[in-house]
Design a protein around this ligand. Structure first.
Ligand code: KG4
Ligand code: ZN
Length: 362
């Protein structure tokens, strides 16, 4: 069985083909991505109109590339899976309309995919027999249920217990900013380039993580997180460090910071942001005793998170390859694959709607 996955919820236009393997996991046959991230850099964040226009230009070449690399013709494709939410409406529409059109024209079953849920499905792509196994670091075996999943991206911070495919419970989540969003916003204050995750963690390597005291983003009274308070605390410390009070405009701080102060603030923020995730994960792990731990989403590319999670937890957490942590079509195809395999309800290609606010909460 082969499934084509299409993703266009934010600034990556992506398509991929996955296939069944004799083991529990899936084979990654292709994974094509066109990112408009460079176009958004000048604005310090994703501009929805630019993202949508860029999806329009890239979607067909990306799908063609994914089919070609997979050496698949339309007769080889058993189903099409597409992200229907959450995400930017203009962006979601391009992927979903393309998938609907292909499903009608090529007469294929169509499966709607929740983008956040799908991040975890990147972990089901295993080494076994994969075409792309030389350029991707893939796990030897697929995760086993129950899976404790930490989904950390620019839009989401969620701890989820998967009892089985599509049967899960959200244990904790952010009540405001997502952790990746906090990295992006802190980068802006410190004058580091967008996206903030890689630039903050690079600066952090040169800084002192014990520079100032910052509040944990893990809430004490619940299993939830709050990254907005941590982000504001970084802003206040930065204002203090440059000798100003809380009324000083955030966009003028970067010019006054020395490299040493910038690196120290980045290191302290990163340590606090990541340790908050580790604390939340540890509590959930003790309580639920999962067979596997999966950490996925853009922030799963973070080196400190990878290091602390591997040092502190058993079973050893599974991190998908970094190329499969950021938005991609393979995770969408993998999620669609299990919908097909388990006989889930297909979508009507004539009426499938996007849902920009789609949530994992029941
Ligand atoms: O999953 P993703 O590509 O898109 C969303 O679904 O949001 O995640 C993008 C997020 C951005 O906020 C980016 O700053 C963050 O992932 N990110 C990182 C790192 N690399 C990317 N955050 C922390 N450390 C990194 N190394
Ligand atoms: Zn994502």
């Amino acid at each position: 069985m082969r499934v084509l996955g299409i993703e266009s919820s934010c600034d990556e236009t992506a398509a991929a083909v996955v296939a069944s393997s004799s083991q529990q996991g899936l084979k990654l046959l292709s994974n094509s991505v066109a990112s408009s991230v460079d176009l958004h850099k000048a604005y310090g964040g994703v501009v929805p109109e630019i993202a949508a226009r860029s999806h329009l230009e890239s979607i067909l070449p990306v799908i063609e590339d994914a089919m070609e690399v997979a050496e698949a013709g339309w007769d080889d494709i058993d189903a099409i899976a597409v992200t229907v939410g959450p995400g930017l409406s203009g962006s979601l529409l391009i992927g979903s309309l393309t998938a609907r059109t292909l499903a009608i024209a090529k007469n294929k079953p169509l499966f709607p995919v929740n983008h956040v849920e799908a991040h975890i499905y990147a972990a089901f792509l295993t080494k076994q027999g994969a075409h792309l196994s030389t350029t991707y670091e893939l796990p030897a075996t697929a995760p086993k249920f129950p899976i404790l999943a930490l989904i950390v991206s620019g839009g989401h911070t969620q701890l989820v217990l998967f009892k089985n495919h599509f049967r899960y419970k959200v244990l904790g989540r952010t009540l405001d900013d997502a952790v990746g969003e906090a990295f992006d916003k802190v980068a802006k204050v410190l004058g580091l380039p967008y996206p903030g995750g890689p630039s903050v963690s690079e600066a952090a390597q040169k800084g002192n993580p014990g520079f100032v005291k910052l509040p944990s983003a893990k809430l004490k009274e619940s299993d939830d997180f709050s990254y907005s308070g941590l982000k504001t605390a970084v802003l206040r410390r930065a204002q203090e460090v440059v000798g100003k009070d809380y009324t000083f405009p955030s966009h003028q701080i970067a010019d006054l910071l020395t490299d040493e102060q910038r690196n120290n603030l980045a290191a302290t923020f990163q340590k606090t942001a990541i340790e908050s995730l580790i604390t939340g994960l540890k509590l959930a792990l003790d309580k639920h005793k999962p067979k596997s731990i999966v950490i996925a989403g853009g922030v799963a590319a973070n080196g400190l998170l990878r290091q602390l999670a591997k040092e502190n937890f058993s079973p050893t957490p599974i991190f998908p390859d970094i190329k499969l942590c950021v938005d991609n079509g393979a995770m969408i195809a993998a999620n669609g694959f299990f919908q097909l395999k388990l006989g889930c309800q297909t979508a009507d290609p004539y009426s499938l709607e996007i849902d920009p606010q789609l949530s994992m909460l029941a």
